[in-house]
Ligand binder design. Structure first.
Ligand code: GAF
Length: 386
């Protein structure tokens, strides 16, 4: 599926710089089966890398300047590695500036390079194109200059770059982009960063993403607000229960017993978090047992919480999930990723994918006047050197 992307990226590189790239890197986007807004709340998440990727081609250029070309945007920028790295008005360049800054701040030494990249990860659809950009760039620089950076550090540096750009994200996206494995989902403990792989075997069901084509206009500000609300909630829980160190130690009963000590909005947020952490554990067990109907039921429950308590859904996404609930060929559906637009993740009975797609497509167009897009994603490897 990515052969054409690789061919276009490398031939563009050759035309631009007159030489073959020294390193070619693929960096994937991710899905998340369940465990949304849980990474920065120290719970468990169940993501996987997918076969939608950014392809990068690199060479050293024996200078102190780097030239980076985004093929899909037809835009280029140059960065002087001897100067202090600053944020720019051109947003996409900030993820790369951020990465260079984080590497320099950590004391990694590298010189100038030429790079071109092209992507088939839809932007703003909740598939983590920014994490793929950060991690692919770090991985490429590591390969080019033979830097000693472990996989986990690539993810952590990528996360820091994203914070620098302005989104106080958790570790899930960068972690899965780097640690993905073909046909495996990653059960990641976001408290300890321990992880295990589980088979991504959905039995008689296919994973299909529905892209609402609604872009995340509220994403950055609301995302950062959710983090602050959860921190407030956790500190109230800790004041009342000294044994609770993080959300995972708090039972729903404990939380309900102190509901009146919290602002109503904060309560809704943390109620979702406590329930979602438990759902991830149940969902992973259901997946291991091949009980995809139960897994699907948990996805519906997650959506309900994300919509009503965490309030990161929107009319378009709610309509897609409500329609899925009433459709006998869809056993699970929910908004995936940060929310406020982007994709739903759906479990559709094999053999009925086309009929379901047709139905949703017509209904969505008639209701909102927006075209619904579909992605049949494969669970794939993390960042790779070709
Ligand atoms: C975004 C963030 F980048 C992740 O860290 C995660 O919090 C996700 O939203 C919600 O689960 O993708």
């Amino acid at each position: 599926m990515n052969d054409l992307l690789i061919q276009n990226t490398t031939s563009f590189f050759e035309k631009s710089f007159g030489s073959k790239p020294e390193k070619v890197v693929l960096s994937p986007g991710r899905i998340n089966i369940i465990g949304e807004h849980i990474d920065y709340n120290d719970g468990f998440v169940l993501p996987a890398a997918i076969d939608k990727v950014i392809c990068f081609a690199f060479e050293k250029n024996n200078s102190k300047k780097s030239k980076i070309f985004a093929i899909d945007l037809n835009e280029e920028f140059e960065i002087d590695l001897t100067q202090e790295v600053k944020l720019s008005d051109i947003v996409w360049t900030n993820y790369i500036r951020g990465v260079i800054k984080q590497l320099q701040d950590k004391g990694f030494e590298f010189d100038g390079f030429n790079c071109v990249f092209s992507s088939n990860i839809p932007v703003g659809s909740g598939l983590s194109s920014s994490a793929a950009l950060e991690c692919g760039m770090i991985f490429g620089i590591k390969q080019l200059f033979d830097l000693k950076i472990e996989k986990l550090d690539i993810a952590l540096l990528g996360q820091k770059a994203e914070h620098w750009v302005g989104i106080n994200c958790g570790i899930m996206d960068q972690f899965s982009s780097v640690h993905g494995l073909e046909n495996k989902v990653i059960k990641l403990d976001c408290n300890t960063l321990d992880f295990e792989y589980h088979n991504a075997d959905f039995k008689d069901y296919s994973l299909v993403l529905f892209d609402s084509n609604v872009k995340h206009s509220l994403f950055t500000s609301e995302y950062n607000t959710r983090r602050i609300e959860c921190e407030k909630g956790l500190s109230i829980i800790k004041e009342n229960f000294s044994e609770v160190k993080s959300f995972r130690d708090c039972s729903e009963e404990q939380l309900l017993s102190i509901q009146d000590k919290m602002d109503a909005t904060v309560f809704k947020r943390v109620h979702f978090v406590v329930k979602e952490i438990n759902r991830v554990i149940k969902a992973c067990e259901a997946l291991d047992k091949g009980d995809i109907e139960l897994l699907g039921q948990l996805l519906f429950e997650t959506h309900h919480g994300l919509s009503q308590e965490y309030e990161v859904s929107c009319d378009e996404l709610d309509m897609l999930v409500d329609t899925a609930k009433a459709d006998e060929n869809v056993v699970g559906s929910r908004v995936m990723g940060g929310g406020f637009g982007g994709c739903t993740i759906n479990l559709i009975k094999k053999g009925h994918e086309n009929e379901v797609k047709r139905k949703f497509s017509n209904l969505y167009l008639n209701t909102f006047g927006i075209e619904l897009k579909f992605y049949d994603v494969k669970v794939s490897n993390g960042t790779t050197l070709l």
